[in-house]
Write a protein that binds this ligand. Structure first.
Ligand SMILES: Cc1cc2nc3c(=O)[nH]c(=O)nc-3n(C[C@H](O)[C@H](O)[C@H](O)COP(=O)(O)OP(=O)(O)OC[C@H]3O[C@@H](n4cnc5c(N)ncnc54)[C@H](O)[C@@H]3O)c2cc1C
Length: 391
């Protein structure tokens, strides 16, 4: 079978490509992304230019501010955006909270929250993990207690990406402490300006301010902030995770990096020979291209399921584990091939390929942890995909 996009999809790809050429600064796509304040500000400006074109979430229905495009058009869009390393801010909202609200929200919740995402007025963050609950997320201890028409929330979240910029959070809290752990959790939508919320930054290995601790002290949330049924939040939360792990933007990101690395090995000489002539380098580059193509078709499989209105589950875990581990392999291969130059900071005049491999060597570690570690994904693949007994 030969996989091809339709002529209309190719025309759309060209349109996105020329928009990005016009809107991104010269050379933007060659530089590694970063979580700096400056990049965040540029990202916000960039999203302001996407919003009037309804390109923040082009596959969402028109009534919520999308264009109602098909999922394959969304893939085309994501591929071009990621290949050019365009800022993808608020992905928690466009990628996984929004689709969850469409499935479980009331008409009022859809009308209240979805247009704010597509108009780029409301940024969201994900309040799942806690200091003692990561992989075993259902053991979470943040509590929500009913008090009249409100719920009162007390507890702590951790590793909350972008909480320092977020206007709202989607949060899991325990609403029935006596029920079995998966059956006593509810899913809330919370305004981050509510009294009693405080945010404290956590600095990552690359020295960036990317995630946070978030504390809740007697935070009142109206009943309209409850998404889905009381105590049924676990099942909604896992749907959100399935959407999160289904992202199709890993392939184009790695494609760009591998193209740059391959070009580098063809152009750079060591001991009088081009790097690509070294047997080990040739083999590594070839293996990476094989992996990249596997990732591409694993990602397309997930989109194909979604286009049949199915929510991919273990299939999404396969993509997540393969994509994040390929990111690490690429970073490690690049760092070795660039030698000591590879370790230099992007600002150094001696840095090669804008210092991207030194940076990705450090930041790619987190990718195999975020959204559920590789061990947890393998466990899902084993039990739900292969039907093996739980370990
Ligand atoms: C870059 C980044 C961004 C993140 N952003 C967010 C966010 O926005 N919101 C949010 O809520 N969370 C976020 N997280 C947190 C992330 O979801 C958790 O770190 C992750 O679920 C793992 O939990 P933990 O850190 O508590 O590790 P633990 O659960 O303590 O795991 C420690 C180790 O034990 C292994 N392990 C644990 N249980 C098992 C098991 N049953 N079988 C086999 N191995 C096991 C794990 O794989 C891991 O290697 C982010 C994390 C990172 C790195």
């Amino acid at each position: 079978m030969e996989f091809k996009f339709t002529p209309e999809q190719d025309v759309f790809r060209e349109e996105v490509r020329s928009f990005l050429k016009q809107e991104l600064p010269e050379g933007w796509g060659s530089r590694p992304g970063s979580l700096s304040e400056e990049n965040h500000e540029f990202g916000q400006e960039f999203l302001k230019r996407l919003a009037p074109k309804k390109w923040i979430a082009p596959a969402w229905p028109q009534e919520y501010g999308g264009l109602g495009l098909g999922l394959w058009e969304q893939v085309v869009f994501n591929e071009e955006m990621s290949y050019q390393r365009a800022p993808l801010l608020n992905f928690a909202a466009t990628g996984y909270l929004g689709p969850t609200i469409m499935m479980y929200g009331t008409d009022e919740q859809k009308a209240e929250h979805l247009p704010g995402i597509t108009s780029n007025h409301v940024q969201w963050c994900q309040g799942y993990s806690e200091p003692e609950s990561g992989s075993d997320l259902a053991s979470l201890q943040t509590k929500a207690v009913q008090d009249g028409d409100d719920f009162v929330i007390n507890g702590q979240k951790i590793w909350t990406s972008q909480a320092h910029y977020a206007d709202w959070m989607f949060l899991l809290a325990r609403t029935d402490p006596d029920a079995p752990k998966h059956k006593g959790i509810s899913y809330f939508l919370i305004d981050m300006k509510s009294p009693g919320i405080s945010v404290r930054p956590l600095i990552n290995m690359a020295g960036e301010d990317g995630f946070n601790e978030v504390f809740f002290e007697n935070v009142r949330v109206p009943r309209s902030g409850l998404l889905g049924e009381l105590n049924r939040g676990w099942y909604i939360a896992t749907t959100t995770l399935d959407f999160e792990r289904s992202s199709s933007s890993g392939y184009p990101t790695s494609l760009r990096t591998l193209e740059e690395l391959t070009k580098f090995t063809k152009e750079t000489k060591s001991n009088g020979k081009h790097l690509i002539q070294e047997p080990l380098v040739r083999r590594q580059i070839a293996d990476l291209w094989v992996d990249l193509n596997i990732l591409r078709f694993l990602s397309y499989r997930v989109v194909s399921l979604q286009s049949q209105k199915l929510v991919p589950n273990y299939e999404a875990s396969i993509v997540k584990v393969f994509n994040s581990e390929l990111g690490q392999k690429l970073a490690m291969a690049g760092l070795h091939m660039l030698g000591l130059y590879g370790q230099l900071e992007p600002e150094s005049k001696y840095a090669r390929l804008f210092g991207q491999f030194g940076r990705s060597y450090v930041t790619s570690v987190g990718l195999t942890i975020a959204a559920g570690t590789s061990e947890i994904q393998r466990s899902i693949i084993a039990t739900r995909g292969l039907g093996l007994p739980r370990g």
